[in-house]
Ligand binder design. Structure first.
Ligand code: HEC
Length: 132
């Protein structure tokens, strides 16, 4: 009798332990998926206003808005859509955020954008960098 209770007790704690491990595992997968853009990062059919502009505002306007581009020394007003588009179309914008090519890596002296942000901007450019 006593043995049985003990046995079922340990089966029970195994289940608890097991589900705790599984749980932490799926949490880790979730984070990995988010970082790789799997769950929360949709990067298809990205639009300027809804998708790209919030990234530029948060990550670039401190040095590249019409208010800041002169004082920051960037001399590049990315708030001006025509200027942004020419940087997008000549490849400098992507090279800057991907840290490739012969341009200064951006954001300057700050951590690289997330894969999600880079993929968002890349998709927008691949679709013709429209003012949409
Ligand atoms: C802390 C200030 C700062 C931030 C934030 C910043 N930049 Fe810059 N950016 C600069 C400066 C300064 C230059 C000029 C660098 C040079 O001439 O080497 C520059 C140059 C550039 C250039 C031209 C690169 C070249 O070498 O021709 C591009 C494109 C660019 N930035 C895009 C971005 C984008 C996109 C972001 C946001 C993801 C960003 N920058 C964030 C300061 C910044």
């Amino acid at each position: 009798m006593k043995r049985k209770i003990l046995a079922s007790g340990s089966v029970f704690s195994l289940i608890i332990l097991g589900s705790a491990v599984l749980n932490s595992c799926s949490k880790a997968n979730e984070t990995a998926l988010q970082q790789s853009g799997g769950i929360t990062c949709d990067t298809v059919n990205m639009k300027y206003q809804a998708d790209v502009l919030p990234i530029l505002t948060a990550e670039c306007y401190s040095c590249h808005s019409s208010q800041t581009y002169l004082s920051s020394g960037s001399n590049l007003n990315l708030e001006d859509f025509g200027i942004l588009k020419s940087e997008a179309d000549n490849g400098d914008l992507l090279n800057a955020i991907k840290h490739t090519g012969n341009v200064t890596p951006m954001p300057l002296n700050l951590p690289q954008l997330s894969d999600c942000e880079i993929n968002t901007i890349t998709d927008w450019i691949n679709n013709g960098s429209k003012n949409n």
